[in-house]
Design a protein around this ligand. Sequence first.
Ligand code: RFL
Ligand code: PHB
Length: 393
Amino acid sequence: MNRMRTQVGIVGAGPAGLVLGHMLHLQGIESVVLESRSREFCQERVRAGLLEQNTADLFTEMGVGARMKREGLVHHGINLRFRGRTHRIDFAELTGRSITIYAQGEVIKDLIDARQAAGGPIFFEVENVSVCDFAASRPRILCQYNGQQTELTCDFIAGCDGFHGICRPSIPASALSVYQRDYPFGWLGILAHAPPSSEELIYAYHQRGFALLSMRTPEISRLYIQCTPDEDLRLWPDDKIWEELQVRLSSQEGWKLVEGPVLQKNVAKMHSFVTEPMQYGKLFLAGDAAHIVPPTGAKGLNLAVADVRILARAITEFYRSGRKDLLDKYSETCLDRVWKVQRFSWWMTSMLHRFDDDNAFDQRRQLAELEYLTSSRAASQSLAENYVGLPMD
Ligand code: RFL
Ligand code: PHB
Protein backbone atom coordinates (compact mmCIF):
# COMPACT_ATOMS: atom_id res chain seq x y z
CA MET A 1 0.00 0.00 0.00
CA ASN A 2 1.27 3.42 -1.03
CA ARG A 3 0.30 6.01 1.63
CA MET A 4 0.17 9.78 1.04
CA ARG A 5 -1.11 12.74 2.94
CA THR A 6 -2.24 16.16 1.77
CA GLN A 7 -4.45 19.02 2.91
CA VAL A 8 -7.09 18.82 0.16
CA GLY A 9 -7.76 15.69 -1.92
CA ILE A 10 -9.34 16.68 -5.24
CA VAL A 11 -11.21 14.05 -7.26
CA GLY A 12 -11.38 15.04 -10.96
CA ALA A 13 -9.21 17.16 -13.25
CA GLY A 14 -11.97 19.07 -15.02
CA PRO A 15 -12.35 22.84 -14.77
CA ALA A 16 -13.60 22.60 -11.15
CA GLY A 17 -10.78 20.40 -9.82
CA LEU A 18 -7.97 22.17 -11.65
CA VAL A 19 -9.10 25.71 -10.83
CA LEU A 20 -9.52 24.72 -7.18
CA GLY A 21 -6.05 23.15 -7.09
CA HIS A 22 -4.47 26.27 -8.53
CA MET A 23 -6.35 28.70 -6.28
CA LEU A 24 -5.27 26.70 -3.23
CA HIS A 25 -1.69 26.56 -4.47
CA LEU A 26 -1.65 30.37 -4.75
CA GLN A 27 -2.61 30.48 -1.06
CA GLY A 28 0.11 28.02 -0.09
CA ILE A 29 -2.34 25.14 0.48
CA GLU A 30 -1.35 21.66 -0.72
CA SER A 31 -3.59 19.42 -2.75
CA VAL A 32 -3.45 16.20 -4.76
CA VAL A 33 -5.57 15.84 -7.92
CA LEU A 34 -6.76 12.33 -8.89
CA GLU A 35 -8.16 11.86 -12.40
CA SER A 36 -9.51 8.65 -13.91
CA ARG A 37 -8.78 9.59 -17.55
CA SER A 38 -5.53 10.32 -19.38
CA ARG A 39 -4.20 13.85 -19.72
CA GLU A 40 -4.79 13.68 -23.50
CA PHE A 41 -8.41 12.64 -23.03
CA CYS A 42 -9.08 15.53 -20.62
CA GLN A 43 -7.57 18.03 -23.05
CA GLU A 44 -9.14 16.72 -26.21
CA ARG A 45 -12.71 16.17 -25.01
CA VAL A 46 -14.86 18.65 -26.98
CA ARG A 47 -17.10 20.54 -24.58
CA ALA A 48 -17.71 24.13 -23.56
CA GLY A 49 -16.35 27.12 -25.35
CA LEU A 50 -17.62 30.24 -23.71
CA LEU A 51 -16.22 32.03 -20.67
CA GLU A 52 -18.11 34.67 -18.72
CA GLN A 53 -16.11 37.76 -17.96
CA ASN A 54 -15.99 36.60 -14.30
CA THR A 55 -14.25 33.40 -15.40
CA ALA A 56 -11.87 35.06 -17.88
CA ASP A 57 -10.91 37.70 -15.27
CA LEU A 58 -10.27 35.01 -12.67
CA PHE A 59 -7.94 33.10 -15.06
CA THR A 60 -5.98 36.30 -15.57
CA GLU A 61 -5.79 36.98 -11.81
CA MET A 62 -4.65 33.40 -11.23
CA GLY A 63 -1.84 33.83 -13.76
CA VAL A 64 -3.23 31.24 -16.20
CA GLY A 65 -4.78 33.68 -18.67
CA ALA A 66 -1.87 34.58 -20.97
CA ARG A 67 -2.74 32.22 -23.85
CA MET A 68 -6.48 32.91 -23.42
CA LYS A 69 -5.69 36.63 -23.80
CA ARG A 70 -3.70 35.97 -26.99
CA GLU A 71 -5.90 33.35 -28.63
CA GLY A 72 -9.37 33.81 -27.11
CA LEU A 73 -12.01 35.72 -29.06
CA VAL A 74 -13.64 38.52 -27.07
CA HIS A 75 -17.30 39.08 -28.00
CA HIS A 76 -19.40 42.07 -27.01
CA GLY A 77 -22.81 40.61 -27.85
CA ILE A 78 -24.81 37.69 -29.26
CA ASN A 79 -27.44 37.41 -31.99
CA LEU A 80 -30.93 35.97 -31.72
CA ARG A 81 -32.42 34.92 -35.06
CA PHE A 82 -36.12 34.20 -35.62
CA ARG A 83 -38.57 34.70 -38.49
CA GLY A 84 -35.48 34.98 -40.67
CA ARG A 85 -34.28 38.17 -38.98
CA THR A 86 -31.30 38.80 -36.71
CA HIS A 87 -31.45 40.81 -33.50
CA ARG A 88 -28.25 41.65 -31.67
CA ILE A 89 -28.05 41.86 -27.89
CA ASP A 90 -25.30 44.37 -27.18
CA PHE A 91 -23.59 43.28 -23.95
CA ALA A 92 -21.10 46.14 -24.01
CA GLU A 93 -23.84 48.74 -24.13
CA LEU A 94 -26.23 46.95 -21.74
CA THR A 95 -23.73 45.75 -19.12
CA GLY A 96 -20.27 47.11 -19.99
CA ARG A 97 -19.05 43.52 -19.97
CA SER A 98 -17.97 40.88 -22.49
CA ILE A 99 -17.52 37.13 -22.97
CA THR A 100 -14.55 35.16 -24.30
CA ILE A 101 -14.60 32.23 -26.71
CA TYR A 102 -11.86 29.84 -25.61
CA ALA A 103 -12.31 26.07 -25.77
CA GLN A 104 -12.60 24.10 -22.52
CA GLY A 105 -9.79 21.82 -23.74
CA GLU A 106 -7.47 24.82 -23.97
CA VAL A 107 -8.47 25.91 -20.45
CA ILE A 108 -7.63 22.41 -19.22
CA LYS A 109 -4.24 22.45 -21.01
CA ASP A 110 -3.31 25.80 -19.46
CA LEU A 111 -4.35 24.66 -15.97
CA ILE A 112 -2.48 21.35 -16.18
CA ASP A 113 0.63 23.17 -17.43
CA ALA A 114 0.37 25.64 -14.54
CA ARG A 115 -0.06 22.83 -12.03
CA GLN A 116 2.91 20.91 -13.34
CA ALA A 117 5.07 24.06 -13.44
CA ALA A 118 4.17 24.67 -9.77
CA GLY A 119 5.06 21.06 -8.89
CA GLY A 120 1.48 20.26 -7.79
CA PRO A 121 0.79 16.50 -7.76
CA ILE A 122 -1.71 15.31 -10.35
CA PHE A 123 -2.27 11.61 -11.05
CA PHE A 124 -3.96 10.59 -14.29
CA GLU A 125 -5.54 7.22 -15.07
CA VAL A 126 -6.19 6.33 -11.44
CA GLU A 127 -8.61 3.42 -11.03
CA ASN A 128 -11.29 2.33 -8.57
CA VAL A 129 -11.40 5.64 -6.75
CA SER A 130 -13.45 5.67 -3.54
CA VAL A 131 -13.91 8.24 -0.80
CA CYS A 132 -14.39 7.31 2.85
CA ASP A 133 -14.44 8.60 6.43
CA PHE A 134 -15.55 12.05 5.28
CA ALA A 135 -18.02 12.27 8.13
CA ALA A 136 -15.00 11.97 10.49
CA SER A 137 -11.99 14.23 10.95
CA ARG A 138 -9.52 12.43 8.63
CA PRO A 139 -11.17 11.64 5.31
CA ARG A 140 -9.41 9.25 2.93
CA ILE A 141 -9.40 8.62 -0.77
CA LEU A 142 -8.51 5.13 -1.97
CA CYS A 143 -7.50 4.25 -5.52
CA GLN A 144 -5.16 2.23 -7.67
CA TYR A 145 -2.37 4.10 -9.35
CA ASN A 146 0.18 2.39 -11.60
CA GLY A 147 -1.23 -0.91 -10.39
CA GLN A 148 -0.55 -0.04 -6.74
CA GLN A 149 -3.19 0.35 -4.05
CA THR A 150 -2.93 3.97 -2.86
CA GLU A 151 -4.37 5.75 0.16
CA LEU A 152 -4.54 9.53 0.37
CA THR A 153 -5.37 10.96 3.79
CA CYS A 154 -6.52 14.58 3.79
CA ASP A 155 -8.28 17.29 5.77
CA PHE A 156 -10.92 17.86 3.09
CA ILE A 157 -12.14 16.12 -0.06
CA ALA A 158 -13.32 18.14 -3.04
CA GLY A 159 -15.68 16.09 -5.21
CA CYS A 160 -15.00 17.65 -8.63
CA ASP A 161 -15.62 14.46 -10.57
CA GLY A 162 -18.47 15.57 -12.80
CA PHE A 163 -22.02 14.32 -13.18
CA HIS A 164 -21.07 10.62 -13.47
CA GLY A 165 -18.46 10.71 -10.71
CA ILE A 166 -18.36 8.69 -7.49
CA CYS A 167 -18.38 11.47 -4.88
CA ARG A 168 -22.07 12.43 -4.99
CA PRO A 169 -23.28 8.79 -4.81
CA SER A 170 -20.94 8.20 -1.83
CA ILE A 171 -23.03 10.55 0.33
CA PRO A 172 -25.94 8.73 2.04
CA ALA A 173 -28.94 9.21 -0.27
CA SER A 174 -31.11 10.13 2.72
CA ALA A 175 -28.95 13.22 3.30
CA LEU A 176 -29.50 14.62 -0.21
CA SER A 177 -32.43 16.17 -2.04
CA VAL A 178 -32.36 16.06 -5.81
CA TYR A 179 -34.20 18.49 -8.09
CA GLN A 180 -34.28 17.54 -11.71
CA ARG A 181 -35.82 18.11 -15.11
CA ASP A 182 -35.08 16.17 -18.29
CA TYR A 183 -35.72 17.75 -21.67
CA PRO A 184 -37.29 15.83 -24.56
CA PHE A 185 -34.42 16.77 -26.90
CA GLY A 186 -30.64 16.89 -27.23
CA TRP A 187 -28.04 18.75 -29.29
CA LEU A 188 -26.19 17.29 -32.22
CA GLY A 189 -22.90 19.22 -32.29
CA ILE A 190 -20.23 19.45 -34.95
CA LEU A 191 -16.79 20.97 -35.09
CA ALA A 192 -16.07 22.07 -38.66
CA HIS A 193 -13.03 23.31 -40.50
CA ALA A 194 -14.83 26.41 -41.72
CA PRO A 195 -14.36 30.07 -40.81
CA PRO A 196 -17.23 31.15 -38.52
CA SER A 197 -20.00 32.65 -40.67
CA SER A 198 -20.69 35.31 -38.06
CA GLU A 199 -18.37 37.27 -35.81
CA GLU A 200 -20.64 36.61 -32.82
CA LEU A 201 -22.82 33.64 -31.82
CA ILE A 202 -26.23 33.14 -33.44
CA TYR A 203 -29.02 31.47 -31.45
CA ALA A 204 -31.76 30.56 -33.95
CA TYR A 205 -35.39 29.73 -33.20
CA HIS A 206 -36.95 27.81 -36.10
CA GLN A 207 -40.07 25.75 -36.84
CA ARG A 208 -37.81 22.71 -37.33
CA GLY A 209 -36.02 23.25 -34.06
CA PHE A 210 -33.24 25.26 -32.46
CA ALA A 211 -29.82 25.81 -34.05
CA LEU A 212 -26.69 27.54 -32.74
CA LEU A 213 -23.68 28.90 -34.54
CA SER A 214 -20.60 29.20 -32.35
CA MET A 215 -16.87 28.94 -32.99
CA ARG A 216 -13.53 27.98 -31.48
CA THR A 217 -11.01 29.92 -33.57
CA PRO A 218 -11.07 32.10 -36.73
CA GLU A 219 -10.77 28.84 -38.72
CA ILE A 220 -13.02 26.48 -36.73
CA SER A 221 -16.80 26.68 -36.36
CA ARG A 222 -18.85 24.89 -33.69
CA LEU A 223 -22.48 24.33 -34.65
CA TYR A 224 -25.42 22.62 -32.98
CA ILE A 225 -28.93 21.51 -33.97
CA GLN A 226 -31.72 20.41 -31.70
CA CYS A 227 -32.32 16.65 -32.15
CA THR A 228 -33.89 13.80 -30.17
CA PRO A 229 -32.08 12.88 -26.91
CA ASP A 230 -30.99 9.51 -28.38
CA GLU A 231 -30.39 10.68 -31.94
CA ASP A 232 -28.50 8.08 -33.97
CA LEU A 233 -25.45 9.80 -35.48
CA ARG A 234 -25.35 7.20 -38.27
CA LEU A 235 -28.51 8.81 -39.65
CA TRP A 236 -26.69 12.12 -39.97
CA PRO A 237 -24.11 12.15 -42.75
CA ASP A 238 -22.29 15.49 -42.96
CA ASP A 239 -24.37 16.70 -45.95
CA LYS A 240 -27.60 16.23 -44.05
CA ILE A 241 -26.28 18.17 -41.04
CA TRP A 242 -25.26 21.10 -43.24
CA GLU A 243 -28.62 21.00 -45.03
CA GLU A 244 -30.45 21.22 -41.72
CA LEU A 245 -28.17 23.99 -40.44
CA GLN A 246 -28.74 25.93 -43.69
CA VAL A 247 -32.52 25.76 -43.16
CA ARG A 248 -32.59 26.55 -39.44
CA LEU A 249 -30.03 29.35 -39.60
CA SER A 250 -31.36 30.87 -42.84
CA SER A 251 -32.06 34.60 -42.88
CA GLN A 252 -33.71 37.09 -45.20
CA GLU A 253 -30.76 39.43 -44.85
CA GLY A 254 -28.44 37.97 -47.46
CA TRP A 255 -26.37 36.11 -44.85
CA LYS A 256 -24.52 32.91 -45.91
CA LEU A 257 -23.50 29.90 -43.83
CA VAL A 258 -20.02 28.76 -44.92
CA GLU A 259 -19.57 24.97 -44.91
CA GLY A 260 -16.41 22.92 -44.46
CA PRO A 261 -15.13 19.46 -43.52
CA VAL A 262 -16.67 18.08 -40.31
CA LEU A 263 -13.94 17.26 -37.78
CA GLN A 264 -16.05 15.87 -34.94
CA LYS A 265 -19.70 15.00 -34.23
CA ASN A 266 -21.53 14.24 -30.99
CA VAL A 267 -24.96 14.14 -29.39
CA ALA A 268 -25.57 15.54 -25.90
CA LYS A 269 -28.70 15.00 -23.82
CA MET A 270 -30.13 17.88 -21.81
CA HIS A 271 -30.93 17.99 -18.15
CA SER A 272 -31.37 20.44 -15.33
CA PHE A 273 -30.18 18.89 -12.05
CA VAL A 274 -29.36 20.16 -8.56
CA THR A 275 -28.25 18.28 -5.43
CA GLU A 276 -28.81 19.86 -2.05
CA PRO A 277 -26.82 20.28 0.06
CA MET A 278 -23.49 20.33 -1.80
CA GLN A 279 -21.53 19.16 1.24
CA TYR A 280 -21.49 16.33 3.75
CA GLY A 281 -18.98 16.39 6.60
CA LYS A 282 -15.60 17.04 5.00
CA LEU A 283 -16.71 16.21 1.47
CA PHE A 284 -17.56 19.19 -0.73
CA LEU A 285 -19.15 18.76 -4.17
CA ALA A 286 -18.39 21.33 -6.87
CA GLY A 287 -19.34 21.82 -10.53
CA ASP A 288 -21.14 19.13 -12.52
CA ALA A 289 -20.79 16.72 -9.56
CA ALA A 290 -23.44 18.82 -7.80
CA HIS A 291 -25.50 20.32 -10.62
CA ILE A 292 -25.91 20.43 -14.38
CA VAL A 293 -27.69 22.82 -16.71
CA PRO A 294 -28.78 22.53 -20.35
CA PRO A 295 -26.07 24.20 -22.49
CA THR A 296 -28.31 26.93 -23.97
CA GLY A 297 -27.06 29.57 -21.52
CA ALA A 298 -23.40 28.43 -21.79
CA LYS A 299 -23.14 28.19 -18.01
CA GLY A 300 -21.83 24.74 -16.95
CA LEU A 301 -18.13 25.53 -16.90
CA ASN A 302 -18.69 29.00 -15.51
CA LEU A 303 -20.81 27.69 -12.67
CA ALA A 304 -18.21 25.04 -11.85
CA VAL A 305 -15.60 27.80 -11.57
CA ALA A 306 -17.93 29.94 -9.41
CA ASP A 307 -18.34 27.02 -6.94
CA VAL A 308 -14.64 26.40 -6.48
CA ARG A 309 -13.97 30.06 -6.03
CA ILE A 310 -16.27 29.95 -3.00
CA LEU A 311 -14.73 26.69 -1.81
CA ALA A 312 -11.14 27.94 -2.17
CA ARG A 313 -11.96 31.02 -0.14
CA ALA A 314 -13.63 28.97 2.61
CA ILE A 315 -10.71 26.51 2.83
CA THR A 316 -8.16 29.34 2.79
CA GLU A 317 -9.97 31.12 5.62
CA PHE A 318 -10.00 27.88 7.63
CA TYR A 319 -6.23 27.40 7.37
CA ARG A 320 -5.52 31.08 7.94
CA SER A 321 -7.70 31.76 10.98
CA GLY A 322 -9.36 28.49 11.96
CA ARG A 323 -12.74 30.01 11.02
CA LYS A 324 -15.21 27.35 9.92
CA ASP A 325 -18.25 29.48 9.14
CA LEU A 326 -17.46 29.89 5.44
CA LEU A 327 -17.04 26.12 5.10
CA ASP A 328 -20.31 25.53 6.94
CA LYS A 329 -22.07 27.96 4.61
CA TYR A 330 -20.41 26.64 1.41
CA SER A 331 -23.50 24.90 0.05
CA GLU A 332 -25.87 27.73 0.90
CA THR A 333 -23.58 30.32 -0.69
CA CYS A 334 -23.18 28.28 -3.89
CA LEU A 335 -26.85 27.37 -4.20
CA ASP A 336 -27.94 30.97 -4.29
CA ARG A 337 -26.07 31.40 -7.60
CA VAL A 338 -26.77 27.85 -8.78
CA TRP A 339 -30.53 28.41 -8.73
CA LYS A 340 -30.31 31.73 -10.54
CA VAL A 341 -28.20 30.07 -13.23
CA GLN A 342 -30.61 27.12 -13.34
CA ARG A 343 -33.46 29.52 -13.94
CA PHE A 344 -31.61 31.36 -16.71
CA SER A 345 -30.53 28.15 -18.47
CA TRP A 346 -34.05 26.72 -18.27
CA TRP A 347 -35.53 29.98 -19.60
CA MET A 348 -33.15 30.23 -22.57
CA THR A 349 -33.83 26.56 -23.35
CA SER A 350 -37.63 26.89 -23.10
CA MET A 351 -37.69 30.01 -25.23
CA LEU A 352 -35.57 28.68 -28.08
CA HIS A 353 -36.44 24.98 -28.51
CA ARG A 354 -39.40 23.18 -30.05
CA PHE A 355 -41.13 20.90 -27.54
CA ASP A 356 -42.99 17.74 -28.70
CA ASP A 357 -46.22 18.79 -27.02
CA ASP A 358 -46.12 22.42 -28.22
CA ASN A 359 -49.14 23.56 -30.12
CA ALA A 360 -49.63 26.63 -32.31
CA PHE A 361 -50.34 28.71 -29.19
CA ASP A 362 -46.99 27.82 -27.63
CA GLN A 363 -45.12 28.73 -30.81
CA ARG A 364 -46.85 32.10 -31.03
CA ARG A 365 -46.01 32.67 -27.37
CA GLN A 366 -42.32 31.85 -27.95
CA LEU A 367 -42.19 34.27 -30.87
CA ALA A 368 -43.90 36.94 -28.78
CA GLU A 369 -41.30 36.39 -26.07
CA LEU A 370 -38.46 36.78 -28.59
CA GLU A 371 -40.09 39.91 -30.06
CA TYR A 372 -40.46 41.39 -26.58
CA LEU A 373 -36.94 40.42 -25.55
CA THR A 374 -35.35 42.06 -28.59
CA SER A 375 -37.46 45.22 -28.50
CA SER A 376 -37.41 46.01 -24.77
CA ARG A 377 -34.24 47.40 -23.24
CA ALA A 378 -35.26 46.03 -19.82
CA ALA A 379 -35.74 42.51 -21.19
CA SER A 380 -32.51 42.61 -23.26
CA GLN A 381 -30.61 43.83 -20.23
CA SER A 382 -31.95 40.99 -18.13
CA LEU A 383 -30.66 38.46 -20.67
CA ALA A 384 -27.35 40.32 -21.01
CA GLU A 385 -26.57 40.52 -17.28
CA ASN A 386 -27.20 36.81 -16.83
CA TYR A 387 -25.29 35.82 -19.97
CA VAL A 388 -22.11 37.78 -19.17
CA GLY A 389 -22.35 36.39 -15.61
CA LEU A 390 -24.04 37.66 -12.45
CA PRO A 391 -21.69 39.49 -10.06
CA MET A 392 -19.53 37.15 -8.00
CA ASP A 393 -20.00 38.72 -4.58
P1 RFL B 1 -16.02 17.75 -15.67
O1 RFL B 1 -15.49 18.64 -16.73
O2 RFL B 1 -16.97 16.70 -16.09
O3 RFL B 1 -14.77 17.10 -14.96
C1 RFL B 1 -14.88 16.02 -14.08
C2 RFL B 1 -13.59 15.23 -14.14
O4 RFL B 1 -13.64 14.17 -13.20
C3 RFL B 1 -13.17 12.98 -13.81
N1 RFL B 1 -13.74 11.83 -13.09
C4 RFL B 1 -13.06 11.13 -12.16
N2 RFL B 1 -11.81 11.26 -11.71
C5 RFL B 1 -11.41 10.37 -10.76
N3 RFL B 1 -12.21 9.40 -10.28
C6 RFL B 1 -13.47 9.24 -10.70
N4 RFL B 1 -14.24 8.28 -10.21
C7 RFL B 1 -13.95 10.13 -11.70
N5 RFL B 1 -15.13 10.28 -12.35
C8 RFL B 1 -14.98 11.30 -13.19
C9 RFL B 1 -13.63 13.09 -15.24
O5 RFL B 1 -12.87 12.27 -16.11
C10 RFL B 1 -13.40 14.58 -15.51
O6 RFL B 1 -12.10 14.84 -15.99
O7 RFL B 1 -16.73 18.57 -14.50
P2 RFL B 1 -16.46 20.05 -13.91
O8 RFL B 1 -15.01 20.23 -13.60
O9 RFL B 1 -17.49 20.25 -12.88
O10 RFL B 1 -16.74 21.02 -15.16
C11 RFL B 1 -18.02 21.12 -15.72
C12 RFL B 1 -17.95 21.45 -17.21
O11 RFL B 1 -17.06 20.56 -17.84
C13 RFL B 1 -19.32 21.41 -17.88
O12 RFL B 1 -20.27 22.00 -17.06
C14 RFL B 1 -19.33 22.13 -19.24
O13 RFL B 1 -18.56 21.44 -20.20
C15 RFL B 1 -20.75 22.31 -19.73
N6 RFL B 1 -20.83 22.95 -21.05
C16 RFL B 1 -20.65 24.32 -21.20
N7 RFL B 1 -20.36 25.10 -20.13
C17 RFL B 1 -20.11 26.43 -20.29
O14 RFL B 1 -19.84 27.11 -19.30
N8 RFL B 1 -20.14 27.05 -21.53
C18 RFL B 1 -20.44 26.34 -22.64
O15 RFL B 1 -20.40 26.89 -23.75
C19 RFL B 1 -20.74 24.92 -22.51
N9 RFL B 1 -21.05 24.19 -23.58
C20 RFL B 1 -21.10 22.18 -22.18
C21 RFL B 1 -21.21 22.84 -23.44
C22 RFL B 1 -21.24 20.80 -22.09
C23 RFL B 1 -21.52 20.07 -23.22
N10 RFL B 1 -21.62 18.66 -23.07
C24 RFL B 1 -21.02 17.75 -23.93
C25 RFL B 1 -22.16 18.09 -21.85
C26 RFL B 1 -21.49 22.12 -24.57
C27 RFL B 1 -21.69 20.74 -24.46
C28 RFL B 1 -22.05 20.01 -25.74
C1 PHB C 1 -20.12 26.37 -27.63
O1 PHB C 1 -19.39 27.16 -28.27
O2 PHB C 1 -19.84 25.17 -27.51
C2 PHB C 1 -21.35 26.88 -26.99
C3 PHB C 1 -21.63 28.23 -27.04
C4 PHB C 1 -22.81 28.70 -26.47
C5 PHB C 1 -23.67 27.82 -25.86
C6 PHB C 1 -23.37 26.47 -25.79
C7 PHB C 1 -22.21 25.99 -26.37
O3 PHB C 1 -24.82 28.29 -25.31
